[in-house]
Write a protein that binds this ligand. Structure first.
Ligand code: ZN
Length: 228
């Protein structure tokens, strides 16, 4: 870092959504359409540790000691990353911030660069429908073909359409109870952030239960409006 503070108008978006809401898919489509760079906390940490930056070395020391990386270190890593050339087109933050304390620290960091959160986009799901969607999934143990109790059952019950195999697998953490618990945890964690960005006028809510391409169009319109 040379400490220069070149003002930038690069858009900064936050994508919020529970597991199964299609966040990864939508982030990739935004990357392709708008040239935005998706920044996820896990990737940022790994890259900083690999590159041996000052903040990366701090993060490694903390993680080697079995502790959680502090907000200060994550912010320092994010500061370094945002200064890289590819981020000049704009970024989508995924998995950060997770708390309002982090959100305030992020606002401060962006303020140093003359930036702000242009849109915090919440991919909203219908919890009951999500439980049905995820907990009904299973795959053929032989060929890996994906099925669903309600939406895509094998033509012949108990037999794979593709390979005629009769062994099927279900993920242990895809039961109705665990999916509902994941959604509850997500809502509990995210509610303060939703309120935080709503108060800033930056919150956009998108119904994430529909067609993937329709959702992508809605997101595209939000990005265009936020960055106009
Ligand atoms: Zn099969």
């Amino acid at each position: 870092m040379d400490g220069s503070k070149t003002p930038t108008t690069a858009p900064v978006l936050i994508l919020l959504g529970p597991p199964g809401a299609g966040k990864g898919t939508q982030a990739r489509m935004l990357e392709e359409t708008f040239g935005l760079v998706q920044l996820s906390t896990g990737d940022l940490l790994r890259a900083a540790v690999t590159n041996g930056t000052e903040a990366g070395q701090q993060a490694k020391a903390v993680m080697d000691a079995g502790a959680l990386v502090s907000d200060d270190i994550v912010i320092a890593i994010l500061r370094d990353r945002l200064a890289e050339a590819d981020c000049a087109r704009g970024v989508i933050l995924d998995g950060f911030p997770r708390t309002t304390v982090q959100a305030e620290a992020l606002d401060t960091l962006l303020g140093e660069n003359g930036q702000k959160i242009d849109a915090a986009i919440s991919l909203d799901v219908d919890d009951a429908a999500m439980v049905d969607r995820i907990s009904g999934r299973f795959t053929c143990a032989g060929c890996g073909e994906g099925y669903h109790d309600t939406f895509k059952a094998p033509t012949t019950k108990g037999q794979c359409d593709k390979c005629q195999g009769t062994d099927f697998k279900r993920r242990a953490d895809d039961t109705a109870e665990t999916v509902a618990a994941r959604l509850d945890a997500y809502h509990a964690q995210t509610a303060p952030l939703i309120a935080f960005y709503d108060a800033q006028g930056a919150l956009a809510r998108v119904d994430a239960m529909g067609d993937i391409d329709d959702i992508a169009k809605t997101l595209g319109a939000i990005v265009r409006r936020a960055t106009a």
